[in-house]
Every structure is written in structure tokens, then in C-alpha cells.
Design a protein around this ligand. Structure first.
Ligand code: SAM
Length: 204
């Protein structure tokens, strides 16, 4: 990014309503408001005891989760380090690493009521490549949630609203009773991200 473009980006970022709100409320990022909106609409956190947050850094979703007194365990995974949050168990791993799946399965087999994934692969701007990268993230998230979700558990997974969204929704429909696509107001309008809310993990 050129110097001018960078300074325009910072100006727009600092003027962003949700950036200002997250600074005021001490959230690590504006992403907190996406989870808050997801919860307002779907009430999946308040009905859970154990939650796994994949791609959790810098940790604003973990902060939101920590404010729910009904949660017994909150587990976060990211390939980047995070500042530790009280009451959160963190694992620094890439989600494609099979030893993560092994470790989590041994520790938490079928324990989670809710799995979250806010992972976005690096965006290239080439729609086909970006969709394929999202497909590979989806496959890894599904491998993990298939092992770790309890029957009737739920999954919220970030995706691109592109040509392969339907295909991915169809794939998720195999494992879940109900699928809904949701775009929070706090998600930037010019971003094609959406969240697929998958309810009722089936015993396939
Ligand atoms: C949009 S951020 C998540 C923000 C987070 N929900 C929050 O509220 O702070 C996406 C995260 O996914 C992580 N990520 C991307 N690919 C990953 C992978 N293959 N394995 C683990 N983490 C990954 C990135 O390191 C990044 O921290």
C-alpha cells in the first residue's frame, strides 16, 4: 500500500463507528460486534456450556464469550499468539495441523455445544482462488467440528458470498439440521464476508 493509501485507510478505520465503539468498550477488535449481533439474532452462546473459537486472535470474540456466565469452558485456537484472557484455554496451532485435531479430540471429544470460525484466508482478489482457499478452511473446520461437537451442537462459520457459497451450504446441510446465512450490520458493506449459522449437528 502506498503512503497516501495507507493514511486514507487509517483515517477511514479510525472514523469507523464500530472501531470507535470497540475502543470505548475495550474490545481487541471491531469483530466483537459481529459476534454480538450473531448472538442477538440466534442466541447460540446463551444456550451453550462449552465453546471452541477457531481463528480467535486477537481475541475480541473470546472477550465477548468471557462475559457469558453460563459458559464453563472457552477454548481458542489461532496460528498467531494472543494476549491471554482469564478463563480461556488457548492453543497456538494452524487448524490444518492434524496434531491439533488429535490433541483436541483427546482432550474434548464431543464436548462442545458451539464451534465458531472467524477465519478468513489471505485474500488474493482472484475470486476462484479465494473461494478455493475458503473451501479448504471449511473442510478443516468441518473436520474439527465433526469430532468435537456434541449431537445437536451448533457451528458458526465465516464464508465469502461468492459462487461457491451454495455448494458449501449444501455440504454443511449434510451435517446440520438447519443452515442460515447472515451478514451482520457491523460487517463492512464492501466486504463479501457472511456467516453461515449451522444448527443441530446430526449423528451422521
Ligand atoms: C478475522 S481474524 C479473527 C478475529 C477474532 N474473531 C476476534 O474477534 O478477535 C481471523 C484469524 O484467523 C486466523 N487464521 C487464519 N487462518 C488460520 C489457520 N489456518 N489456522 C489458525 N488460525 C488461522 C488468523 O491468524 C486471524 O487471527
Amino acid at each position: 500500500m502506498s503512503g497516501k493509501k495507507k493514511s486514507n485507510w487509517f483515517k477511514a478505520h479510525n472514523n469507523d463507528f464500530y472501531v470507535r465503539l470497540s475502543k470505548k468498550n475495550d474490545y481487541k477488535s471491531r469483530a466483537a460486534y459481529k459476534l454480538i449481533e450473531l448472538e442477538e439474532k440466534f442466541s447460540l452462546i446463551r444456550g451453550s456450556k462449552n465453546v471452541l473459537d477457531l481463528g480467535c486472535a486477537p481475541g475480541s470474540w473470546l472477550q465477548v464469550l468471557s462475559s457469558f456466565p453460563n459458559l464453563i469452558s472457552i477454548v481458542g485456537v489461532d496460528r498467531l499468539e494472543i494476549d491471554r484472557i482469564q478463563g480461556v484455554e488457548f492453543f497456538r496451532y494452524d487448524i490444518s495441523d492434524l496434531s491439533l485435531l488429535d490433541l483436541l479430540t483427546k482432550k474434548f471429544n464431543s464436548k462442545f455445544n458451539l464451534v465458531l470460525s472467524d477465519i478468513a484466508p489471505n485474500i488474493t482478489g482472484i475470486v476462484d482462488v479465494d473461494q478455493a482457499n475458503f473451501a479448504s478452511v471449511t473442510e478443516n473446520v468441518l473436520n474439527i467440528s465433526n469430532k468435537l461437537l456434541e449431537i445437536d451442537g451448533n457451528l458458526i462459520i465465516k464464508q465469502f458470498n461468492g459462487p461457491r457459497l451454495k455448494e458449501i451450504s449444501n455440504l454443511l446441510e449434510i451435517s446440520f439440521k438447519k443452515i442460515e446465512v447472515f451478514k451482520p450490520k457491523s460487517s463492512k458493506k464492501n466486504s463479501s464476508e457472511v456467516y453461515i449459522v449451522c444448527k443441530g449437528f446430526k449423528d451422521c
